[in-house]
Design a protein around this ligand. Sequence first.
Ligand SMILES: Cc1cc2nc3c(=O)[nH]c(=O)nc-3n(C[C@H](O)[C@H](O)[C@H](O)COP(=O)(O)O)c2cc1C
Length: 237
Amino acid sequence: MAGINDGAFCRNLSVAGFDMVTLGGYNADFPTIQAGHQILSRGRPEFVVEEENLLSYLEDQVKLIKEPGWEGIVSINLRAITPDPLIEISKIGGVDVVEINAHCRQKEITDLGCGQTMLRDPVLLEEFTRDVTKNSKSRVSVKIRANVPGADEVEVAKVIEQSGADYIHIDAMKPGFNSADYQIISSVKENTSIFLIGNNSIKDVTSGLKMLAAGADGISIARAAMGGSLNFDLSLI
Ligand SMILES: Cc1cc2nc3c(=O)[nH]c(=O)nc-3n(C[C@H](O)[C@H](O)[C@H](O)COP(=O)(O)O)c2cc1C
């Protein structure tokens, strides 16, 4: 969650039983950082770290999480108009996964062709993802949002798998509902073999188990962890 998931926040939650934590989203190049300033100025939470400070800042955030006693995976969710900044960030010590943000719906980001706009252009998404997977030192995840008009989740998932990504992370948002679109999770699972992280509206053991039953290989939790802790036992999922 932009403006929330920094190193201290992730470190705090790692002890709740998560085996992967995600830093960010962070804006990783000049155009997206400028967009971040605009988003922040209209009052939405956002991390704004200037380009020249980003690598050392992220290095410090990762160190905060990777303290002795926790063997989990650290991922960084990133927005950029080209693959290069993600490739550079993948080389930071302790970064296990770089996550391409093809999910953000903030206008300042989508106007740049980033975030969920990438879902409407599978050819571009494939080229972008392939470049990151070929040249990164870390594993690669792609975060997508479901039910974006003009995007086909199964086609997008196939492209992500063909590009060599290690994970697809799906926010199975169902507009107008307070629960996930489990059908989309099942459809993607039936049509691909990539490790699928299912996300949206997991707020208790029941909703977590439902996501796994729909076909997700793992789950992720955002808003239910926003306060810095969980009010249910992750080990029961
Ligand atoms: C304040 C806020 C900021 C978010 N920022 C990001 C982001 O930067 N990158 C991203 O991939 N998802 C972001 N999300 C989306 C969440 O990671 C998650 O996909 C979404 O909230 C649905 O999951 P949930 O029902 O567990 O909250 C954000 C969500 C919130 C509430």
